[in-house]
Design a protein around this ligand. Sequence first.
Ligand code: NDP
Ligand code: MG
Ligand code: MG
Length: 340
Amino acid sequence: MAKVYYDQNIQEEVLRGKKIAVVGYGSQGHAHAQNLRDNGFNVVIGLREGRSWKQAVEDGFEVKSVKAASEEADVIMILLPDELQTKVYKEEIEPGLRAGKALVFAHGFNIHFTQIIPPADVDVFMVAPKGPGHLVRRTFVEGAGVPALIAVYQDVSGEAKDLAFAYAKAIGAARAGVLETTFQEETETDLFGEQAVLCGGLTSLIKAGFETLTEAGYQPEVAYFECLHEMKLIVDLIYEGGLKNMRYSISDTAQWGDFVSGPRVVNEETKQRMGEVLADIQEGKFAKSWILENQANRPMFNAINARERKHPIEVVGEELRELMPFVKSQQKQKEVVANA
Ligand code: NDP
Ligand code: MG
Ligand code: MG
């Protein structure tokens, strides 16, 4: 089994004297910055003027332009949207990179797909939390953490790996477990996971179930509860104790249906398609399409996004969640955090 590192296996002293620039104050940025600060680390935020800037100031941080923050920092954590990193890096980060500094990422995309080519005299490593930024903060406050992967791309100081572990511990990830990987493995598995299973696979499965029921004449409200709302309840059981825990909790009728019908829906053909998705990621085809889509101002992204928002499952869901104050209040809380 791969070695998993926890708080007691990691020394954070190597990071103590360093100035850390957290560039970006969005989902990941606000969480890293606040967790680092709570653990006594020296943080400066690098941003452009705008919503995040105001928020970071309100949260009591020292906020500077990306250029100024990168210039004064020893460790620069890039938490900008992946598709904007190349430009901001070229214009504002690279000029302030001096020998011995460390450049850090939370996802390997731009390094692995050669959109950012760092100079040879800086450390380059990754600390990639395996969870949304808002949970990186929320679980930290609760005394827990979100697990993370670390990887070293370039080790000039001889300390890159120690720094990566220390950073992971400093944001609370070593409470949950830290695993070593490579930029290639993190990038390819992260993209595959979100495309085939977590985001793409899941939304397509939910929609296909909802459409099958409503097209057969069942009420959309019933289909919504069945295919979307209950998903969280089932996934919580899987998260807590694996598939067997969920199967223990459901009826034997449901379990028999799981065994005989699940593999009819997600079958060998689905796996073959997953293989194609993975191959597109490995060959850089997906990366190229996403880079070009952004250069073209996202015509497809925006068109699909607008269409998806009008899907009947979103319309009926909106109405039903209005009537479930507990779901709504969670959503409200999240909006507060998202605006935070
Ligand atoms: P967000 O979109 O949530 O936040 C981006 C931040 O960058 C905002 O604060 C935004 O500020 C700022 N920003 C945007 N453009 C510029 C600019 N030109 N100059 C300065 N600041 C700018 O990003 P995420 O936190 O989602 O992603 C950050 C990284 O973390 C990515 O590499 C991603 O792959 C990785 N990651 C993300 C996860 C997640 O949970 N979202 C999970 C694991 C990894 P403004 O308010 O001004 O727009
Ligand atoms: Mg991910
Ligand atoms: Mg990702």
